[in-house]
Design a protein around this ligand. Structure first.
Ligand SMILES: Cc1cc2nc3c(=O)[nH]c(=O)nc-3n(C[C@H](O)[C@H](O)[C@H](O)COP(=O)(O)OP(=O)(O)OC[C@H]3O[C@@H](n4cnc5c(N)ncnc54)[C@H](O)[C@@H]3O)c2cc1C
Length: 457
């Protein structure tokens, strides 16, 4: 009989538990098909999210359902795989059980024989977590929907602004971080302003929207190399994105940000919408795992793994995907898929008692891509580089290939055909929450008046 909070365990085969149903977790789970193990995927959301297209959901091209598919549905044909909706908070390494919370806050325990941790990373504000309330990051579906309401809400607010200064503030969008996500978002907001919304407002000119892109480095998309960075710079400035390279953001509030420029002076920029796409950090569970196993972490808190992706001294625990640190491998979907698959295969080898020992993990680089605007993307694969329209066609092919379910592939293809040919974005609905940081809409603003009589009683 199980204890309160402990999951009923009627299962006799070896129990493999996977924390996280992202790219790494999903590829691990799928690799156990027809294997004599029982697999449980624990995730704090009920969906598998295609993060590379979050920015298209945020800017109204794709719907939530096109970039996120229910984990249960993706894994429905894998009869030995089950899913649990819970947030893992701790691990009892000796007792081989995970400790977590169900969505309404009650505890849950999940026993395992083998553990694969694939919990990804979260946004880092470089020690300034207080910026998060004003500047949402872009890692989860909730983040994308928050950005959607901030961006489309800002144009609506500009329409009813009472003076020029307020209007300008609502029509200024500041993005922090000029990696692929910042570049993609900046391009999308300018496209929105100059195409989609151009003739849909009567009292404002959406194409007057200013998009500011800040980054501490000297060029956008620096990891893509000087040639593609230069192409991206040209494309972005051509679209009207204002680049502020060599600028460190030192302060963010509800009305804008302050940045220290290359000359060391701090300047204020008024912007009603600030979006944060810089920096990553491992989630708190990584710290618990490190503490309980003695594993080392890198500067971002990711766990350092051995060449077989296990933690030193713990052959039963593998860490894969974005949350793992190994030979400076990039935190991209390919790494996640390949490491998830490898960790599962290693366990299968043991369970199925195969004689040959598994070789250490080897990464096969399939390159990287970033979308800049309609008809423009950059691709880097080994020595091969492509940009402009060719890059964009390749970007399209890559994303269609990797979209996780057929329905979404087809849906995305049709949506893109309409969106790219007519610049129409249909996924623009948003709830009236948090268009202004920290406030739900239509609540009257109240001045705080202290009533001495009441305070006393
Ligand atoms: C905006 C954006 C754009 C990107 N674009 C590209 C791109 O173009 N090309 C590319 O190759 N890569 C891209 N990436 C990177 C790529 O998406 C990641 O490398 C990949 O998703 C990592 O997979 P993962 O499984 O390690 O983590 P994730 O996909 O992040 O999955 C982690 C899962 O763990 C769950 N989880 C986290 N903590 C807990 C917990 N405590 N308990 C239970 N569940 C938990 C989460 O809910 C999530 O489902 C992009 C990422 C972002 C954010």
């Amino acid at each position: 009989m199980s204890q309160p909070g402990e999951l009923d365990d009627h299962v006799t085969p070896r129990r493999v538990v996977i924390v996280g149903g992202g790219f790494a977790g999903l590829f691990a789970a799928r690799a156990f098909r027809h294997s004599p193990v029982h697999v449980t995927v624990v995730d704090r959301t009920a969906h598998h999210l295609f993060q590379p297209l979050l920015y298209q959901c945020a800017t109204g091209v794709l719907s939530e359902g096109q970039i996120a598919v229910p984990l249960r549905s993706v894994l429905r044909r894998y009869e030995n795989v089950d899913c649990i909706l819970a947030e893992v908070t701790d691990v009892d390494v000796e007792g081989r059980r995970l400790i977590g919370l169900r969505p309404e806050g009650t505890p849950i325990e999940i026993p395992y024989d083998d553990l694969i941790v694939a919990a990804g990373v979260q946004q880092s504000y470089f020690g300034h977590d207080e910026f998060a309330q004003f500047a949402p990051g872009m890692k989860t579906l909730s983040d994308a929907l928050m950005i959607r309401r901030r961006v489309f809400g800002a144009f609506e607010m500009a329409q009813t602004a009472t003076d020029q200064e307020e209007r300008r503030r609502w029509l200024t969008f500041a993005l922090v971080g000029a990696g692929p996500t910042g570049v993609e978002l900046a391009g999308q907001i300018r496209e929105l302003a100059t195409f989609t919304l151009r003739d849909q407002f009567r009292r404002i000119h959406p194409d007057e929207a200013t998009v500011l892109l800040f980054d501490g480095g000297s060029v956008p998309l620096a990891p893509f190399g000087p040639k593609l960075s230069a192409n991206a710079t040209k494309a972005l400035t051509g679209m009207g994105v204002e680049l502020h390279m060599g600028s460190i953001v030192t302060h963010v509030d509800a009305h804008g940000l302050e940045a220290k420029g290359p000359d060391g002076t701090i300047k204020r920029y008024d912007a009603a919408t600030v979006l944060w796409t810089a920096g990553i950090a491992a989630p708190p569970f990584a710290d618990r795992l490190a503490k309980n196993t003695g594993a080392e972490q890198d500067r971002a808190g990711r766990l350092k793994v051995q060449p077989d992706l296990t933690l030193p001294g713990h052959p039963e625990i593998s860490v894969v995907g974005d949350m793992m640190s190994l030979q400076h491998l990039p935190g991209v979907a390919e790494t996640a898929m390949q490491t998830g698959f490898y960790a599962a295969k290693r366990i299968r080898h043991q369970v199925e008692q195969r004689a040959a020992e598994q070789k250490p993990f080897r990464y096969h680089d399939l390159g990287s891509a970033a979308y800049i605007s309609r008809g423009r993307a950059v691709i880097s694969l080994g020595r091969f580089r492509a940009s402009g329209f060719i890059g964009w066609l390749m970007w399209l092919g890559i994303h269609i290939t990797f979209l996780t379910s057929f329905r979404n592939r087809l849906g995305a293809l049709l949506t893109w055909a309409v969106a790219f040919s007519r610049e129409s974005r249909r996924e623009r609905a948003f709830p009236m929450l948090q268009i202004v940081p920290g406030r739900d809409m239509y609540q009257p603003r109240r001045e705080t008046v202290t009533d001495p009589e009441r305070t006393r009683s």
